[in-house]
Ligand binder design. Structure first.
Ligand code: AMP
Length: 398
């Protein structure tokens, strides 16, 4: 069984063709600059060289057609015809309050994706374009929507309700949704399997630390809290996002700088985080670490604040679950940066967390990094959102 996984952005389309027998990637690629001059498809068949195809892609529809051509190409193709593809799985950002579980796309699902354009203005329109392009290119094949908000929808009311007038929830769905849901679902599930934990009762905290960053707490694979909110701006300090701030900061900066709310929100999303805190060094954590080691004080504070906030969330979520069995690190920083993992865990001695330095000296490989006598298992679990989407698609279409 071969599943095509599609992740559409407003001007990009990432894809992976996955063989479900051994969960291996048969081919993957990226369409860039869709609808903009200079569009390009980079196609990578497994075990072969990358191919770059420069061709106009005015719409996501033309992008999908090019992907199909690449997948079937006599030289760099990997299938004879599209019938070999059993179904298509799509990452869809926002399912609102309607969808928590992955679902086979029908007209009602498309209506909900459309209704959530306001909640995911950059992603939901692109996600819908990707689905409609696949419907046109492969008529009759099942398309499955896997929601980035899905995992967070299991949160109880006490975790997802904001302490604001209730009418805004009723009228506009203003609540905490959580994002990176596919990653949190995948990593918490893998942590339970790899750590040999009780699948019904395990209390797991996942730290997804990349350019976007979030923490989740789950019991038996069901989310009880997660750090992103109505939008991905809430929670941790990220590459360019501020994470939690007093909302009055927005009004204060508006008044002082003569800016409107949209401009300041744009600053909190795109110019804050470690980029803003470091005085503009970089949104990339490697650059921040390099600047710190050259004595840049603001970069040092940005890194310390990032680590401190992750540790605070782990403490809060341990309280929320009245305990924790495992902590899993994932995504760019979580998978590659042993110093950040170690620094976060140094705050957690009171939980009986002990890191094994030799085991922690690892990148991108599923590993237990805590010492054998650590009271909490700490793990590095590489995330794989495409595989999670493919598994969901298989489950719903087999
Ligand atoms: P992601 O969004 O998951 O792709 O993660 C991207 C982030 O991971 C970037 O800020 C990278 O700088 C960071 N990253 C990747 N490798 C390392 C590393 N070895 N040390 C620190 N940060 C890293």
């Amino acid at each position: 069984m071969k599943i095509l996984v599609i992740n559409c952005g407003s001007s990009s389309l990432k894809y992976q063709l996955i063989s479900m027998e051994d969960e291996s990637v048969i081919a993957k690629g990226l369409c860039e600059r869709i609808g903009i001059d200079g569009s390009k498809l980079t196609h990578q068949p497994a075990g072969k060289d990358k191919v770059e195809i420069e061709k106009d892609m005015p719409t996501h529809q033309t992008a999908i057609e090019l992907v199909m051509e690449a997948l079937k190409h006599p030289d760099h193709g990997v299938i004879q015809n599209t019938d070999e593809i059993s179904a298509i799985g799509h990452r869809v950002l926002h399912g609102g309050t309607t969808y928590s579980e992955s679902v086979v796309v029908n007209d009602d699902v498309k209506r909900v994706i459309r209704e959530c354009f306001d909640l995911g203005p950059l992603h939901n329109p692109a996600n819908l374009m990707g689905i409609e392009a696949c419907e046109a290119a492969m008529p009759g094949k099942a398309n499955v929507a896997v929601w980035d908000t899905g995992f967070g929808m299991a949160m109880p009311e006490k975790a997802y309700m904001y302490a604001i007038p209730h009418e805004y929830y009723e009228k506009y769905g203003v609540r905490r949704y959580g994002f990176h849901g596919t990653s949190h679902m995948f990593v918490s599930g893998e942590a339970i399997k790899f750590g040999g934990l009780d699948p019904e009762k395990a209390k797991v905290i996942v730290c997804h630390l990349g350019n976007g960053a979030s923490v989740s707490a789950s019991i038996g694979g069901k989310c009880v809290d997660t750090s992103m909110g109505l939008t991905p701006l809430e929670g941790l300090i990220m590459g360019t996002r501020s994470g939690d701030v007093d909302p009055a900061v927005v009004q204060y900066i508006c008044n002082k700088e003569g800016k409107d709310v949209n401009e300041v929100l744009n600053i909190l999303n795109k110019k804050s985080g470690v980029l803003g805190m470091s005085g503009g060094v970089s949104s990339d954590f490697r650059d921040i670490e390099a600047a710190k080691s050259q004595g840049n004080h603001l970069a040092e504070v940005a890194l310390e604040a990032f680590i401190y906030r992750v540790a605070k969330y782990i403490g809060a979520y341990t309280a929320a679950m009245n305990g924790v069995d495992a902590i899993a690190f994932t995504a760019g920083v979580g998978e590659n940066d042993k110093a950040s993992r170690k620094a976060i865990c140094e705050y957690l001695g009171y939980l009986g967390v002990k890191i094994d330095d030799a085991a922690n000296d690892v990148r991108g490989k599923m590993t237990v990094i805590s010492a054998p006598d650590s009271r909490v298992k700490v793990m590095l679990i590489p995330t794989n959102e495409e595989l999670a989407i493919a598994r969901e698609t298989k489950r719903l279409t087999e």
